[in-house]
Design a protein around this ligand. Structure first.
Ligand code: G3P
Length: 214
């Protein structure tokens, strides 16, 4: 299972969480990575953890004030990027452009979507993975696998119907090892999560509990 920890703009210590992710990654067969804010990418990558960006823009070098250029994200140490997170929504054409920008910079891609229908559209854009995250469950502690397991299964079917190579992740409300196992049983190859680790008093303990049953 791929476990991608999104730090959003939570007021956690990104380096401390990155070190926890790196260390717990050493203890498990699961693949753990962390997605800090853009401003923290370099410091996080220096820990040796697998580092992801939270977003890249559909742009190339040039006149793009305030944008995230895929090449700069990669130079800062990221090996992959989220695209179209529910908190950073893009138009379809821009999702396509961001996937192409990321691929140009050799970044792995996960395109997020709200529901199975959008997953089908996202899967058609050639990203490495897609992630289904019902927005209403984000940050609730109620996992999608429990609240609406059909969403995960339907997303897996929708993605497979478009591109048999694309991986499907799920996210929203995931905070325990049982949640990660349930996601896998529904066909997901990984999970996206944030508050369960970024807001935990002890991120190492939270991560250990997440991967323990895997
Ligand atoms: O990107 C993952 C995120 O949106 C899920 O957040 O806090 O429900 O794990 P959370």
């Amino acid at each position: 299972m791929f476990v991608l920890v999104n730090l959003k703009t939570y007021p956690c210590d990104p380096v401390a969480v990155a070190e926890a992710v790196r260390d717990v990654n050493e203890t498990t067969d699961a693949r753990l990575a962390v997605a800090p804010q853009a401003a923290h990418l370099e410091r996080v990558a220096e820990t040796g953890v697998e580092t992801w960006a939270q977003h890249v823009d559909p742009i190339d070098y040039g006149s793009n004030t305030g944008h995230a250029l895929a090449e700069s994200v990669a130079e800062a140490g990221a090996v992959g990027t989220l695209i179209n997170h529910s908190e950073q929504r893009l138009k379809l054409a821009d999702i396509d452009g961001s996937v192409q920008a990321a691929q140009r910079a050799d970044l792995e891609t996960v395109v997020c979507a709200n529901n199975p229908a959008q997953i089908g559209a996202a899967a058609a854009l050639g990203s490495d993975a897609v992630a289904v995250e019902p927005p209403e469950l984000i940050g609730t502690g109620t996992p999608v696998s429990q609240a609406d397991p059909d969403v995960v299964e339907d997303a897996v079917d929708a993605a497979a119907g478009v591109d048999s190579e694309v991986s499907v992740l799920c996210g929203a409300g995931i905070s325990t090892g049982d949640d990660v196992v349930a996601a896998g049983e529904l066909g997901a190859e990984g999970v996206l999560l944030a508050s369960g680790v970024a807001k935990a008093d002890d991120p190492t303990a939270a991560l250990e509990a997440l991967v323990d049953p895997l």
